[in-house]
Ligand binder design. Structure first.
Ligand code: MBD
Ligand code: FE
Length: 306
């Protein structure tokens, strides 16, 4: 059958009623979006002649995978699409320059210790891994040192697990997570136990989907950042290790040109020198974080910082 079946009066009336189009209450914006969403699903059903059994299999997948939505969204390219869309809107508005944004991912935890100086991120034992030393500065559009910057940094351990989300339960709450308060020179420096790449939980919903698509669920080793400072646009980004086997094949599409430094390796140490450039905020909302729901943990008493 042809997709135009969805455009018949009977289906169009069904869509109007289901989306509350002629009801006075509710949100007009949500009505419009819901109507388009439902209509798109109907068109998919017809275009691919989806059977009742296939449809309910998909619904079961959706309900079973609720806990992995934060992984499925990057895995199917939607989180990267949001970045591309924001970039395109920025370009249209003449807003270019600075460090590229890239996906946040689902593993940030608010409340990490606020520290200063050359910071150690890794509190827990993590045997056999290299020490990563990362340094650089944070400047604005004119090359000025950004004042009062806070660099939120988080990464996995050598097993690819993030504290707070580690199924082995072996990490303390903020291992490999800190908020670094920068001085007037806008310079940052930290060292930590070098992360390994991330893999989606074996056998989980994301893994099942990736396998069914003939794909894998691996990310290269990477380090996440939020950088915030008064007067500047909050930057969400990450660096991925340019020498990782998955550097060119990230399942989450988070690797971008300009964000793939190759560490300089000497003995048991790896060094990355990376400078960030922020854009100026046009208004208050630019300075804020997006309102995405994020994990939160109790701020910890100050731990060692060197
Ligand atoms: C990660 O560590 C990550 O950064 C992303 C984007 C998705 C899954 C796991
Ligand atoms: Fe990550």
């Amino acid at each position: 059958m042809d997709v135009s079946f969805v455009k018949t009066p009977e289906i169009q009336q069904l869509l109007d009623r289901a989306a509350g189009v002629n009801e006075s209450g509710g949100s007009p914006r949500l009505k419009a979006i819901m109507r388009d969403l439902t209509e798109s699903v109907m068109e998919l059903i017809v275009r691919h002649d989806i059977s009742e059994s296939e449809f309910w299999l998909a619904m079961k997948y959706l309900s079973d995978s609720a806990g992995e939505i934060g992984l499925i969204v990057p895995g199917i390219g939607l989180e990267h699409f949001l970045d591309l869309y924001m970039d395109a809107k920025d370009a249209e508005a003449g807003l270019t320059g600075g460090t590229p944004r890239t996906i946040e991912g689902p593993l940030y935890v608010a409340g990490a210790p606020l520290v200063e100086g050359n910071v150690n991120l890794s509190v827990d034992e993590d045997e056999g891994t290299t020490v990563l030393h990362m340094t650089g500065h944070v400047t604005g559009p004119d090359g000025e040192a950004v004042q009062q910057a806070i660099v939120h940094v988080w990464h996995a351990n050598s097993k690819g697990w993030y504290s707070h989300f580690d199924p082995t339960g072996e990490q303390t709450p903020f291992n490999n997570r800190r908020r670094i308060k920068l001085g007037k020179d806008g310079r940052y420096a930290f060292h930590s136990k070098q992360p390994s790449g991330y893999s989606v939980p074996p056998g989980g919903s994301t893994d099942q989907l990736m396998q069914a698509l003939g794909r894998h669920g691996n990310r290269p080793a990477h380090v996440h950042f939020f950088i915030e400072a008064p007067g500047y646009r909050t930057l969400t980004t990450q660096i991925n290790f340019g020498d990782d086997p998955f550097a060119e094949d990230d399942f989450a599409f988070g690797t971008r040109e300009g964000l793939l430094p190759v560490p300089s390796r000497q003995g048991d140490s790896a060094y990355i020198q990376f400078n960030f450039q922020m854009q100026r905020a046009a208004d208050d909302s630019d300075e804020r974080f997006s309102s995405r729901a994020r994990a939160e943990a109790e701020p910890q008493p100050e731990t060692e910082t060197a």
